[in-house]
Design a protein around this ligand. Structure first.
Ligand code: CO
Length: 405
């Protein structure tokens, strides 16, 4: 009975009470709302409702062209933990190539016993594996190091998405070609205009790496690497090479442009951190978040996302007073390793100013840092790997804005 009473109180807080006459009219067959014409016909491929037209990826003006650029997932408008394929964030370094899968090949060579060229048909003959994992650009939050800049959670955290990936285990493929002794690194190269490439530890490739051809049940979208991309669960987005055309096994890193001039983290003392692969534990409140307006006082669920490149999320805490007091949020199932986890936290807003924050703990015991703690260790030269606690200020008029608390 306690649960039922609680549900009713929330329903009354959120909705509006109806007079008996209104109730009767709303329930009656043949009211004003009754459909009086046929709806739309069947369609070969579904699209969102026209009323959801504002739920789109957005780009920023940080890059001079749309061809070596990125756009952001609308986290504030999404539910659960899976990102719809059309809203999965984009990042490319030379535009989206159009690749005919019948022509596409994957070359595996270097320190292997049997160098091989795989067609898409060859790859589909292997037993498929499926796994749900997030992908986050290591530049996610790049504008947020020194001052709060992004107006919405889309712009502060939207280089982050999560999908079910299906393909072939890299370990299966590498066992098939036979890795020679002395092998320790693998170069992964894309078939895009700049032949984007990264060095990956062999250990990671033999652990949980996937050569994916499908995402959320359908073939990869072109902007996500159609027809093949590498998925390295928990590793920075840039290493999840799209339009994958080549794996070269070697004994040392290859020191490509994307892991020397870029995706290397310059510290305050002039030293640079290289090969910073793992995306450390991070969380953010998406409801409510920057740019929103809270219209009604009373009960309202706070909700957000937590994730860690080192494994599963164990705990999320929420503060509504800028980090003085913290309370445990509820984690929604499923809680998967290296995947987005949804948390919810009941809140009652009485019209007072508030600063909303979340902080997460992963299964290794790692705790998401404050921005001050992170800056003390990393400085502000690098834009990569910002995983600090995010603060949203709620004004007494209900306006929600991005702040540094
Ligand atoms: Co890195």
């Amino acid at each position: 009975m306690a649960n039922r009473r609680r549900f009713l109180s929330v329903a009354l807080a959120a909705g509006s009470t109806l007079a008996a006459g209104e109730l009767a009219r709303a329930a009656a067959d043949g009211g004003d709302d009754r459909p009086n014409a046929l709806g739309a016909p069947l369609s070969p491929y579904g699209s969102p409702s026209p009323f959801e037209r504002s739920v789109v990826r957005v780009a920023t003006t940080l890059t001079p062209t749309k061809f070596s650029s990125w756009d952001f997932t609308p986290l504030q408008d999404l539910h659960g933990t899976i990102t719809p394929n059309g809203l999965f964030f984009e990042r490319n370094h030379g535009g989206v190539p159009e690749i005919d899968p019948a022509e596409h090949r994957l070359l595996v060579h270097g320190l292997v016993d049997n160098p091989a060229i795989f067609t898409m048909d060859d790859l589909r003959r292997y037993p498929p594996v499926s796994a749900i994992h997030f992908v986050e650009c290591s530049g996610n939050g790049l504008t947020e190091w020194s001052k709060p800049t992004g107006k919405t959670v889309q712009l502060t955290h939207g280089l982050l998405s999560c999908a079910e990936w299906t393909g072939v285990s890299v370990s299966t493929l590498l066992r098939d070609v036979g890795v020679k002794s002395g092998a320790a690194w693998v170069l992964a190269e894309g078939a895009d205009a700049p032949l984007m490439d990264r060095s990956i530890p062999l250990e990671k490739m033999m652990d949980d790496a996937i050569i994916a051809y499908a995402q959320n049940g359908e073939a990869l979208r072109p902007e996500q690497g159609y027809p093949l991309r590498l998925i390295l669960p928990g590793f920075e987005g840039n290493m999840n090479v799209k339009w994958l055309r080549r794996l070269k096994v070697g004994s040392a890193p290859f020191y490509t442009r994307e892991e020397t001039a870029k995706y290397t983290d310059l510290l305050a003392n002039g030293q640079a951190r290289m090969f910073t692969f793992v995306m450390e534990a991070k969380s953010v409140i998406t409801q409510p978040s920057g740019g929103m307006q809270i219209h009604a006082r009373g009960e309202r669920a706070i909700s957000g996302l937590a994730w860690s490149g080192r494994g599963a999320i164990r705990r999320v805490e929420v503060s509504t007073d800028g980090g003085n007091r913290w309370s445990a949020a509820q984690l929604q199932e499923p809680i998967l390793s290296k995947a987005l986890t949804r948390f919810v936290f009941p809140w009652k807003w009485s019209g007072e100013e508030a600063v909303l924050q979340s902080r997460c703990y992963d299964e290794t015991g790692y705790v998401q840092p404050t921005l001050a703690q992170l800056v003390r260790v990393r400085g502000v030269n690098s834009v990569y790997h910002l995983n600090a606690i995010q603060s949203w200020h709620v004004a007494s008029d209900g306006t929600v804005t991005n702040v540094h608390a």
